[in-house]
Design a protein around this ligand. Structure first.
Ligand SMILES: *Cc1c(COP(=O)(O)O)cnc(C)c1O
Length: 314
């Protein structure tokens, strides 16, 4: 087995990220999450607030991007390009990073009926210098784009090997070992897979899929088959909490998010973190966890995109 490239990548980031940018990054600190129904069930839940890693870059998007920056530099690429929907936290984060690091950025956006004024996420991206290229749904599906050698192309959602590697740095195996279960949302699965690679056999991983269908479970099984780990490493992709599909919500989900926020002060977005915590809440209520269980919830961010949900932001 080859040794991990992570120390070298982290060292390159230390050298190349401008000090002013480094100063904006915060290492998230785990804290307890007190919610009466969980206390009644005698399940203790802590939160790893990755949403606070940076004031602008949405939580897990930083972890997915950081080693992609290193890869781009190593390939002498000064332009970053990627794909996303109109409300993509990933494109938003990419545009911000490129701007702050003096790089160019190109965002391929799904929907040729849109323009840069379509919403505040795209307006931000354009203001940070991202060149927005709007694709028809057909073009977006094919993702065939012509790029020159100085452009580093990152897949939709930052889901590549560098993205996964970055997500392995979300928490240490020692941190994870204090918990019976680690819970986080599954979109492309990049973040979950990175976390799965970081935890050890004593911790069970629950990835809550925000997409309709049970294929994320198969996608994970395939990944697991192709990347065997040295220990058993239990994991489960929960595929019944998507609330109708990506970006869809139910009244029950929205009311849970509101109630949870009122009770704990923790804001959740309805696309990702809200569904993950909703799943955890239901499982605790249905007594899927024995009394005394310790759970870590990873808050992956997403609060920029909440601007798309007026009913939550008032
Ligand atoms: C993008 C995003 C996710 C999904 O992460 P994947 O790595 O694609 O699974 C989860 N939570 C938030 C808040 C996100 O913005």
């Amino acid at each position: 087995m080859s040794s991990s490239p992570i120390p070298e990548y982290e060292a390159i980031l230390q050298q190349r990220l401008p000090a002013a940018f480094m100063a904006e990054l915060r290492a998230p600190v785990i804290e307890p999450l007190a919610y009466a129904p969980w206390q009644t069930a005698d399940v203790s839940v802590d939160v790893l607030p990755c949403d606070r890693v940076h004031p602008v870059i949405s939580g897990n998007k930083w972890y997915k991007l950081k080693f992609n920056l290193v890869a781009a530099w190593q390939q002498d690429c000064n332009t970053l390009a990627s794909f996303g929907g109109a409300w993509s936290n990933h494109l938003h984060a990419l545009a911000y990073c490129a701007n702050r690091l003096g790089m160019n950025s190109i965002g391929y956006v799904r929907g040729d009926e849109l323009d840069a004024d379509a919403n505040p996420m795209l307006r931000d991206a354009q203001a940070w210098g991202m060149e927005l290229r709007f694709l028809t749904r057909e073009q977006y599906r094919n993702k065939q784009v012509a790029l020159d050698a100085t452009t580093w192309l990152i897949p939709e959602g930052g889901d590549n090997e560098w993205g996964v590697l970055g997500c392995t740095t979300l928490l240490t195996p020692e941190q994870a070992a204090a918990y019976d279960v680690v819970v986080l949302p599954w979109g492309t699965g990049c973040t979950c897979i990175g976390v799965w690679r970081a935890v050890t056999h004593v911790t069970r991983l629950w990835g809550v899929s925000v997409l309709k269908g049970d294929w994320p479970a198969r996608q994970f099984a395939d990944y697991r088959h192709a990347h065997p780990q040295p220990d058993s490493r239990p994991a489960e992709i929960l595929t019944t909490y998507h609330c109708g599909g990506y970006g869809r919500t139910t009244a029950e989900l929205l009311s849970f998010i509101r109630k949870f926020g009122d009770n704990t002060g923790l804001s959740l977005d309805p696309v990702y973190s809200g569904k993950a915590l909703f799943a955890l809440d239901e499982r605790i209520r249905k007594q899927a966890l024995p009394a005394g269980s310790r759970v870590l919830f990873i808050h992956t961010g997403g609060l920029q995109g909440v601007r798309g949900f007026q009913s939550l932001t008032g």
